[in-house]
Design a protein around this ligand. Structure first.
Ligand SMILES: [Ca+2]
Ligand SMILES: [Ca+2]
Ligand SMILES: [Ca+2]
Ligand SMILES: [Ca+2]
Length: 426
C-alpha cells in the first residue's frame, strides 16, 4: 500500500493492490479527493437589516470560511445592552452563508449576534468549528444593531397650550425634542396659524429608527376686543330723588374677558351697585374699560346729568282763563333737596313749561324765604299771567306745570305742581 500524500489541499488519487493467498490480485483506485485538515471559522456576522431600528425582528448574515453543516439556533447567543428578552428565532442557509433571525425583545440599546462554539458546526471533512474543542471557534466581534423602541419626547414651549394671543403677538413655534438615542430627530410642524379662532398646533418628531413622538397645543387667536353694553346709567337726566343701579355687561367671544372695570367720575364702582343720587346733582361720566385674554382693550362711556328734584308750589291754585289782570302774576315757590341752596339759583335760567311752551321767569321780583313755614328755604319767582294763559290755549282742568332752571354753576333743578284751570261760562 503506497503512502498517501497528505499535503493540505492537494488533489490526490489513491491506488491500492490487494493479493490473496492464492496469488490473485486486484487493484483499487480511489476517486480523486482533496486533503482538508483546516477547521472552519466564522468570517463575519453582519447586519442584514437597517440600523438603528425599532423592528421586532432583525436578521444577521453569518458567513463561514467554508461550507459547514450543523448550524442551528443553539450555536448562537446574543449580547445585548439595554435590550431584554431578545432571542434567536430562526436559522436558515446552506454552505458557508446563513441568515439568523432575531426577535429584538423590549427596550432600547444594542444587540449583537455571537457564535458560541460547542463543536457541533463542522466542515465537509468533519473539521470542527475552530478545531476540536469547545469555545475555540467563538465569534463575538460582529456588527451590532442599535435597537430604539422609544419615540422622541416633544415639549412645546410656544404657543402655550390654552393661551390667547393677538395676531401681532403670537409666537412662532418653539419646542424641544429629546430622544433616547437619536441626537436630532426630524421634526414637522403643522397647524400653526395666526388666523382668528382656536388653533391646534402639532409637532411631530421621528427618530432614525422610525419612532414617532408628538405634542399638541391649542391656543386662541383673538383680534377682537370685548363687547361692552351699558344698561345703566343711560345718557339722560336723573333726579336727585332717584337711586342709580349700575348695570353693564362685558363679553368676549374668542378668548374671554380678562378684566373689566367700571368707574363713575373716576371712582371704581361695581356691577349691581346701587348709588344714591341725592348729593350728585350735576354732570357725570360712567366709563367701563375691559381687556380680553389676548390683550385687546376697549372702553365705553355714558354721560348723564342729575337734576335736583325740587318741590314747587304754584300760586294761585286755581287759574281763571278769563282773568284779565296784568298785575297778578303766577308765583312759584321752589324748594330744593337738603344740601342744595336755593340762593344759588340763577333766576335768568328759570322757566315754566306750560302745555309744551316754556315761559321764562321774571327777573324781578324774586326772593328767598320760608314762605310755607316748613323750615326749608324757598326761592320765589314770578311768571307773566297772560303768557301762561296764552300758553294754555283754552285748556282747562288739572294742569301740570313744570318749573326748571339752573344754579349759577350750571347744575339743574326741576319740579312740578298741578293747578286747576277754569274758564267760567264755558
Ligand atoms: Ca471547536
Ligand atoms: Ca428613540
Ligand atoms: Ca376678543
Ligand atoms: Ca319752605
Amino acid at each position: 500500500m503506497p503512502s498517501l500524500q497528505n499535503a493540505e489541499g492537494l488533489a490526490v488519487t489513491g491506488t491500492m493492490v490487494v493479493t490473496d493467498v492464492a496469488g490473485n490480485s486486484a487493484t483499487f483506485t480511489t476517486p480523486p479527493f482533496k486533503i482538508d485538515k483546516t477547521p472552519p471559522t466564522v468570517s463575519s456576522i453582519v447586519r442584514a437589516s437597517a440600523s438603528p431600528t425599532n423592528a421586532t425582528t432583525v436578521n444577521f448574515t453569518v458567513t463561514f470560511t467554508e461550507a459547514v453543516t450543523g448550524v442551528d439556533m443553539t450555536d448562537f447567543t446574543l449580547t445585548a445592552t439595554g435590550v431584554s428578552g431578545a432571542a434567536v428565532s430562526s436559522v436558515s442557509g446552506t454552505g458557508g452563508l446563513y441568515t439568523v433571525a432575531v426577535n429584538t425583545g423590549t427596550g432600547s440599546g444594542t444587540l449583537r449576534l455571537d457564535i458560541d462554539d460547542n463543536d457541533t458546526i463542522v466542515d465537509l471533512a468533519g473539521n470542527k468549528l475552530g478545531g476540536t474543542g469547545v469555545g475555540n471557534g467563538n465569534f463575538n466581534t460582529g456588527e451590532a444593531y442599535t435597537i430604539d423602541k422609544a419615540p422622541p419626547v416633544v415639549t412645546i414651549t410656544a404657543p402655550q397650550n390654552g393661551a390667547s394671543y393677538k395676531p401681532a403677538a403670537v409666537p412662532q413655534p418653539a419646542y424641544t425634542v429629546a430622544d433616547n438615542l437619536d441626537p436630532q430627530p426630524s421634526v414637522v410642524v403643522t397647524g400653526w396659524s395666526n388666523a382668528e379662532g382656536v388653533q391646534t398646533m402639532t409637532i411631530t418628531a421621528t427618530d432614525a429608527a422610525g419612532n414617532v413622538g408628538t405634542a399638541t397645543v391649542k391656543y386662541t387667536m383673538d383680534n377682537t376686543p370685548p363687547v361692552i353694553i351699558i344698561n345703566s346709567p343711560q345718557a339722560k337726566d336723573y333726579l336727585t330723588s332717584e337711586n342709580l343701579t349700575i348695570n353693564f355687561s362685558v363679553t368676549d367671544a374668542l378668548s374671554g374677558v380678562a378684566n373689566a372695570e367700571a368707574r363713575l367720575d373716576g371712582i371704581i364702582v361695581t356691577n349691581g351697585q346701587v348709588i344714591s343720587l341725592a348729593d350728585k346733582a350735576g354732570s357725570h361720566t360712567f366709563t367701563v374699560s375691559a381687556t380680553d385674554k389676548a390683550g385687546n382693550s376697549v372702553a365705553a362711556s355714558v354721560n348723564f346729568s342729575v337734576i335736583m328734584a325740587s318741590t314747587v308750589d304754584i300760586d294761585p291754585n286755581t287759574l281763571n282763563l278769563k282773568s284779565q289782570s296784568d298785575k297778578n302774576a303766577i308765583t312759584a315757590y321752589i324748594e330744593l333737596p337738603s344740601g342744595y341752596d336755593v340762593g344759588q339759583i340763577n333766576v335768568a335760567t328759570v322757566k315754566m313749561m306750560v302745555n309744551g311752551t316754556f315761559i321764562a321767569a321774571q327777573l324781578t321780583p324774586t326772593s328767598v324765604g320760608d314762605y310755607d313755614g316748613d323750615k326749608i328755604p324757598d326761592r320765589m319767582v314770578k311768571f307773566d299771567r297772560q303768557a301762561v294763559i296764552a300758553a294754555l290755549a283754552g285748556k282747562t282742568g288739572d294742569i301740570k306745570l313744570t318749573i326748571s332752571g339752573q344754579f349759577r354753576d350750571g347744575r339743574g333743578f326741576s319740579g312740578e305742581d298741578t293747578i286747576k284751570v277754569i274758564s267760567p261760562g264755558k
